[in-house]
Each structure stands twice: as C-alpha cells, then as structure tokens.
Design a protein around this ligand. Structure first.
Ligand code: GCW
Length: 672
C-alpha cells in the first residue's frame, strides 16, 4: 500500500456502486482555460480522481464544447470566453463551484480568483464526490480566511529534521537538495488539496549556507517541484548570514553594507525563482544570533530583510518566539510567558507591511494546554500569523494519537477583546503557519491517525470557523471510507484523544510534564523545575502552579485586555483547565467541581490512561472494516499508547504524592 500511503487522504478509493451511481450525470468532458501549472494540475487531478473513484474517463479540450462539460479556469478568462457567464467576486485563492448553462449545454464551473483557485475548487469537488455528497444543488463560493497559509519544515541540510518523527527529510540529504524530489512534489499536492500555499523547507535554526550561490539552483529545483501545486517556496534565514557566509565583518541590520548584502542576495534568488514566497526568521532565540548583538531591535532586523524582498513581493515572517533561556528560577517575578509581549508590544506599528510577526499559539511552547498568547491582541498595527505545531513535539511525537484541531480552535476562538470589541484570534490573522515536519516515512507523519492533524491544519487555515468534528469527519471519509461505523468510531477516538493526553500528561494547566531538557518525550516532571528554561510549575510542598497574576504574581495576566484579564486574574475566575498555569494554590484548593487539586490530578491520570485503553478496544471493533496493513499499524500504535499512558499516569501521580505528601483518596497511588 506504499502508494496509497503517499496519497494520504487523496486515495480516491473506488466508490460503492450505489454511491457512484449518483454521479452518473457528471460531464465526460473538461474544458480548461489557460495553461498555468496549477490549472494543469487541476485538470490532471480531476481526471485521476474521477477515474479512480468512479471508473470514469474524461476527455480534455480547450475548444468551445458541443456537449455538457466541466469548466476549469480563472474568473477573468472564463468571463472573456463565455460572455454570458457571470462569475462572483473571488479572493485571489478563492473558488466558485456551480452548475450553469452555456450554449445549450450544462456546465459544472470550477472558477478561481487566481490560478490556484481552480485547483482548490477541484480538490473540494473531488472531496465531495469521495464522501458521496449530492452535487445537484452545488453552488458555493469559498474564500480563504487568511491569505498566507504556510507550512514550516524544520529540516536540516544533512537530512535530519529537528522534532521530526517520520524519517529523514524529503528535501535534503548530505548537505544538498535530494536528487529525487518526487516526495516533495507529492507533498505539495497534499498541501494544495487543503488550500495551503507556501512551504518553508529548512529549519528555523537556519544553516547559513541555505542562500549560498551554489545552493540557490538547488532550491530552484524544490520550487519547480512545488509550482504545479501553487505552493510557494520559502526558506529560513539567519540574521548573521552577511557575516558568517557573506564576507562582511558585521551583520548589523542598520549598516548600509548589510542592507546591500540582503538586497543583492534576494535579487539573485528571485532571478532563479521568480515566484519565491519569502523567509522566516528566528533571531535572538535559543542561541540564534540576532539584532541584539548590535543593540538593534526586531524591527531593524525584520525591516532590513523586508526591504530587500519588497521589490519582489516577498514577505518576512519574523518569529516572536524570542525569550531568555537562562532565566533565574529563584526570582518569583521571572516569567518566560511574558517575553514575546514584553519584546514585541512596544514595537507595534514600526514593522514594514511585508513583515508578519509569527506568534506561537501560546506564550510558552506548544504545551498540551496553554492560554492564547496575549501578543495576538498586543500588536494591533502589525500583521500577525499564528504558528501551530502539527508535529507532536510535546504531544507524544506521533507515538500517541492526539487530534489537535480542538486545541487549535481554543486559541483561534479565544476573544482578545481588543479595544473592547469581539476579536477572536482568528479574526486578527494575515497568516496561519503550521510546523509539520513530515518525513520520508510512507505515510508522512508515521502515524495514520496523525494525518488528521495535517489535514485539519490546512482546513482551519482555510476556514477557521469549521468545527473540529466536521473536519475529522471529512478526513475520515477520505482516508478510511464512508462506512458509518468506521466514521463514528474513529471520530470518537480522535475527538477524545487530546483530552485523554492532557489528562495523563499535564492537567489543570500544568503543561506537558515531559523531559524538557531532553527529547521532550515521556514523563519527567522534575525536569521542568529549577533551571533557566522557564517552564516551571513551581510544585512545592505548600502548593503548586505559577502565580502569573498582576496583584501577587509575575504580572503576565496584565498583558491581556481588561476583559480577558478578568478570566485569569483570580484563581476563582480561572477555568480549572488553566488554573495552575495562572495561579499557585494549595494542593487542597477546591476546583469549581468541588474536588481538591491533588485529587483531581490523581483522578485525571487514571481517567486519561483508561481513555487511552478504550481507544484500543474501540479500534479493535473495526478489524474487518479496515485494510489489514492500516488496521495493524494503528492497532500497534494505540496499544503502545495505552501502555505508555500507564507509565505516564504512575510517574506523575507518584511524583505528586511525594511532593504534596497527600495520599490519593482512593488509595491507588504509590503502590507499585
Ligand atoms: O519547541 C522548541 C523546540 C525547538 C525549536 C524551537 C523553536 C526549532 O524544542 O526544537 O527549534 O521550539 O520553535 O524555534
């Protein structure tokens, strides 16, 4: 099934006869206007999808048709060729699907605002067919929620991937771009199928050789692999490049020689790759050099690159993940969560308009639960992107199934109350960025069920109002078919997977209590504490949690709007699931439900582990309904997860027992 693996949710499995029947009246001819690469791919995809799902061969033509037809094209071209056909207004990447009549023939129109639109529309149409949806009343306009919908890969040039769990890089090998970029092309197809339009291919901890003159032609080959699917190539750059590889004795962003260096570099890059998308920058963070080396600010750094990209219409994603990882843990006011806002809020309004500040969903680092970063509301006159993590760094590294859309939606829907108005995070975004870290593994993320995360990331970037259930339902049907029992049970596993993982790793806002100084895998609560990384939970004998209130704590809560502050400033107001993120309370503190904190921690761990075990039972009922390869692979993964959840449960509970000295009311903890 190797090939099906690569296809992920684009398998186009043959439909049952009864389902296929309802598509009998689909035209057998496709008329394609224009010959740009994405429109060509749309036509190829349409033929492939209909052949595989319905066993139907369709003919392609560029002529005025004399029979019913499917029409693929950009809005302007369609209106030019068919004077009576009026296409609604569309955003550049938007599309329109509709039945109409042209010259006495029925036409199914797939129109786009740009040449990516018809491709997105085609994938949408094929998805509907795969799910057996009725097409007769089809008439829909879809426009993306955010114009920049990008993937970041943390691939190193030697082929390893930072926080990648699915084999080596599909882009790089031994310091060069791979000779065979088949997987890169297949990846672009997957990304386009959910509307993603950019991909940064190298690690944000950027190897400065990425823009060497000799490397640029290699990057151009990746851009060639992406182009048919309308995915723009991006790269991560390092601020120090003018000095480390550029031959200058400085990388001070305000030095005219440095400015000239960047301008010259991007001129060369755009000569090789005219549709290059832009760059992402990690600076002054975790050892990466940055503007602070010269007493300059992120504005100086971002703008020097932005100005070099501007003539070519490129963008700079400047990451707000800037913090001091040598914090003094003995200082009760020290708080890593404050860093992004403290640094970027004062700079609001000074970034060039092709700079997008890229903000991780939460103020720490992709933990199992964090509040939304206050910075989304803190830079009003700056373009913003949210950075979400698809690769499950702190979330079980794909050995655990954890469906992330419900978690992401919590952040996207969180109301920042900017200037007293309803302003959910999703309404503030120009970009949505996902760290995916797929690898050469046949199914990209090394876990069939984890592919729901890549899928849902794209769907939410396109339409942040979709529900997590609706998305997983779509993905399910495309991946495993339409059998109602399969759909229902896999949906159940996916929807319960994040709460389960939270329960057996770090409930009540404790964050993922994993080995933060090591691989970020497995339980190691002690590693959070007493070091410079600032992921402290302050589990002391008297109580547990970080006091981030304004009145007695680090003041982090004060970074939110007045309205949002009310939800977090006091322990009584804070929702249980974030209590210990915001407050230090005695173990005997009573939650809203009446349980003590310590008893809730114990109980959650037992519940979470039991839930994980239930996933195995649920999956086992599907044995005869899923092909043996995927059935076995998922069974092995879920069984491992169920066992590892017990390890987590006991490790954390034992540690909490030792720290608190309070025993479990049910007397389960500490007896192994
Ligand atoms: O989550 C942390 C990771 C690092 C990563 C960093 C970042 C690429 O542990 O591996 O570096 O975040 O986002 O820059």
């Amino acid at each position: 099934i190797a090939e099906d693996g690569h296809d992920a949710w684009l398998r186009y499995a043959r439909l049952h006869e009864a389902t296929a029947k309802q598509f009998q009246s689909l035209p057998k001819l496709v008329v394609t206007l224009g010959d740009s690469p994405p429109i060509g791919s749309a036509q190829t995809e349409l033929k492939r999808g209909l052949a595989r799902m319905l066993g139907r061969e369709i003919r392609a033509s560029k002529q005025t048709p004399t029979q019913d037809f499917i029409l693929l094209g950009v809005r302007d071209q369609i209106e030019e060729m068919f004077a009576n056909l009026h296409v609604p207004e569309l955003a550049p990447d938007g599309f329109w699907l509709d039945w109409t009549e042209v010259g006495g023939h029925k036409a199914l129109v797939i129109a786009g605002g740009s040449d990516r639109g018809p491709l997105y529309g085609t994938f949408a149409l094929l998805g509907k067919i795969a799910r057996g949806e009725n097409l007769e009343t089809l008439d829909e306009v879809q426009n993306p929620a955010a114009p920049l919908r990008w993937i970041n890969q943390w691939d190193n040039l030697d082929g390893t991937i930072e926080r990648g769990y699915a084999g080596p890089s599909i882009f790089f090998e031994n310091g060069s771009v791979r000779a065979d970029l088949t997987r890169a092309r297949e990846y672009a197809r997957l990304l386009a199928s959910v509307g993603l339009n950019g991909c940064v291919v190298n690690n944000v901890n950027a190897d400065p050789r990425i823009l060497d003159d000799a490397f640029i032609p290699q990057l151009a080959r990746i851009a060639d692999a992406f182009r048919p699917y309308g995915v723009k190539l991006g790269v991560s750059v390092n601020l120090s490049m003018p000095k480390t590889v550029g031959g200058l004795d400085t990388f001070d962003p305000l030095d005219p020689r440095v400015q000239a260096w960047w301008a010259h570099k991007f001129d060369a890059l755009y000569r090789a790759i005219p549709d290059f998308g832009g760059v992402v920058v990690k600076a002054d963070s975790e050892g990466q050099l940055g503007p602070s080396a010269y007493g300059r600010t992120p504005v100086d750094a971002a703008n020097v690159i932005a100005r070099a990209l501007r003539p070519h219409h490129g963008v700079v994603f400047y990451r707000a993940f800037v913090y001091n990882h040598h914090l003094d843990w003995k200082d009760p006011k020290a708080d890593r969560a404050r860093a992004a806002y403290d640094i970027f809020h004062p700079l609001d309004g000074r970034f060039d308009d092709n700079v997008i500040v890229q903000i991780k969903n939460g103020p720490i680092d992709f933990q199992v639960r964090e509040p939304a970063s206050p910075l989304f509301g803190g830079v009003k006159q700056t373009s913003k992107a949210i950075e979400l993590q698809i690769t499950q760094e702190y979330l079980g590294q794909q050995r655990h199934t954890v469906y992330l859309a419900p978690m992401w939606k919590q952040t996207l829907d969180f109301d920042m109350h900017v200037d007293g108005h309803d302003t959910p995070v999703k309404s503030l975004l120009r970009g949505v960025v996902g760290v995916a870290n797929v690898g050469m593994d046949a199914n990209w993320l090394a876990n069939h069920l984890a592919m729901a995360n890549l899928y849902s990331f794209g769907r939410l970037a396109w339409d942040s109002n979709l529900s997590a259930e609706a998305i997983v339902d779509e993905w399910m049907r495309l991946t495993f078919g339409n059998d109602p029992e399969v759909v229902q049970k896999v949906r159940e596993i996916q929807m319960e997977s994040w709460p389960a993982y939270e329960h057996y790793t770090g409930p009540l806002g404790l964050q993922t209590l994993t080995n933060i100084t090591g691989p970020h895998y497995g339980p190691a609560p002690e590693s959070q504490e007493r070091n410079g990384w600032g992921q402290w939970i302050r589990a002391e004998h008297d109580g547990v949690g970080m006091d981030r209130s304004v009145s007695t704590g680090t003041g982090f809560v004060g970074q939110y709007s007045a309205e949002a502050q009310k939800q977090f400033e006091t322990a009584a107001a804070t929702p249980d699931e974030l209590l210990l993120f915001f407050h230090h309370v005695p173990y005997t503190y009573k939650l809203h439900g009446g349980k003590t904190v310590i008893q809730a921690i114990y109980d959650f761990h037992y519940e979470g582990a039991a839930q994980a075990n239930e996933f195995v039972n649920t999956w086992e009922t599907l044995e005869r309904k899923i092909d043996p390869d995927r059935y076995q692979a998922v069974l092995a993964q879920l069984s491992y997860q169920a066992d590892h959840a017990i390890v987590w449960r006991d490790a954390i509970n034992d540690w909490c027992l030792r720290t608190s000295g309070i025993s479990d009311a049910q007397d389960r903890v500490g007896h192994h």
